[in-house]
Write a protein that binds this ligand. Structure first.
Ligand code: ADP
Ligand SMILES: N[C@@H](CCOP(=O)(O)O)C(=O)O
Length: 321
């Protein structure tokens, strides 16, 4: 469960009283997620999500995330909407953290995605990329290539305690990526964390996207690489070509990849795998005492990275050209 910050009942009641959502009837820490503290808030007006922003979210970036969710919703992307308090503000402070209340989205995330789910995500991702085109704000990706070596340094020489050889494998991948990371690919607003737990479905149909707190301005194809990593591998570590094909075909029905993006896909997939391996590794080695959180396995992404390092072209992900 990701609850890093506890909220006292009186403090919560005073915070909620600033909104037009009635009094608090119940509040529960949410048993998913690893980044922020999330609570399901039941008030006299219905259900909401209360988020307290934690370590990786910079307070100055919050207007970008809040503005983006509103912008995307206006363009037909179903995502949580920030609730404004009586002063017209979406952001406040609670228990010493920046905090916001957003609308509750119906739907469930899928633990075992099928090729059909992967197609749904491919299409939704491309729609998100197009919908973000006229969003006026920019936010650099704080977890892109320049951040990876410093993140690895945070593992503080302890990588090999997680798996023998992990430090050497990571450094070799980092060297390769720093030499060849592509520049100038088509880009704009990307979600940057569209994992299964951030995509809701109702009766097999995609019903909404959540968790825009890594969203930023970066290459569209990198976002697709993140999704290929997160959705198209099986529990035994194998890449499922049918799922990759379903995702890429559905994406391209909405937004066609250009030749440079197709050529870059293998290295983008390596970068995406390394990025999630590194944040997971740092979190695995630094669980805050008393936090209710289940850290995610960094080695899952170490194995995915090894797979991508053997990939020669986007055809191996299922892209037909
Ligand atoms: N707007 C929402 N509507 C419904 N459930 C939500 C909403 N936001 C978050 N959740 C629930 O909370 C969980 C954790 O949220 P998430 O934003 O992924 O956490 P984190 O900020 O730690 O990444 C989700 O998997 C989902 O179950
Ligand atoms: N998707 C990331 C973790 C990001 O946080 P979450 O709270 O959305 O799960 C990963 O799997 O490493």
């Amino acid at each position: 469960m990701a609850v890093y910050t506890e909220v006292a009942d009186e403090e919560l009641a005073a915070f909620v009283a600033r909104y037009d959502i009635g009094a608090v009837l119940a509040v529960k820490g949410i048993a998913e997620g690893v980044e922020n503290s999330n609570f399901l808030l039941h008030t006299e007006r219905g259900f909401y999500i209360l988020t307290l922003y934690e370590k990786r979210v910079r307070e100055e970036d919050l207007p970008f995330f809040i503005g983006l969710m509103r912008h995307l919703a206006q363009r037909g992307i179903t995502c949580p909407q920030p609730v404004l308090n009586r002063e017209g503000e979406a952001l406040g402070r609670l228990a010493g953290r920046p905090a916001a209340i957003v609308t509750f989205l119906d739907g469930m995330w899928v633990k075992r995605p099928t090729a059909g789910h992967c197609a749904g995500v491919g299409e939704a991702l491309a729609r998100l990329h197009l919908a973000g085109a006229d969003f006026a704000m920019r936010r650099e990706n704080a977890l892109s290539l320049p951040a990876w070596r410093p993140l690895f340094m945070q593992a503080d020489g302890r990588a090999d305690t997680v798996s023998p050889g992990l430090a050497a494998r990571t450094l070799s991948a980092l060297d390769d990526l720093e030499r060849a990371w592509p520049a100038g690919l088509p880009g704009g607003v990307i979600h940057a964390d569209l994992f299964p737990d951030n995509v809701f479905f109702i009766s097999g149909r995609l019903s909404g996207l959540i968790d825009f707190y890594f969203a930023c301005t970066d290459a569209f194809a990198y976002d697709l690489a993140i999704c290929l990593n997160a959705w198209c591998f099986e529990a035994d570590g194998s890449f499922n070509l049918t799922k990759g094909q379903a995702m890429l075909t559905a994406y391209e029905r909405v937004r066609r990849l250009d030749d440079a993006e197709v050529a870059a896909l293998p290295i983008l997939c390596r970068g995406a795998a390394l990025r999630f391996m590194l944040t997971r590794l740092v979190d695995w080695l630094n669980v805050p005492p008393g936090a209710l959180v289940k850290p995610k396995d960094p080695l899952e992404y170490d194995r995915k990275l090894s797979f991508h390092r053997r990939v020669a072209s986007a055809a191996e992900y299922g892209l037909a050209r």
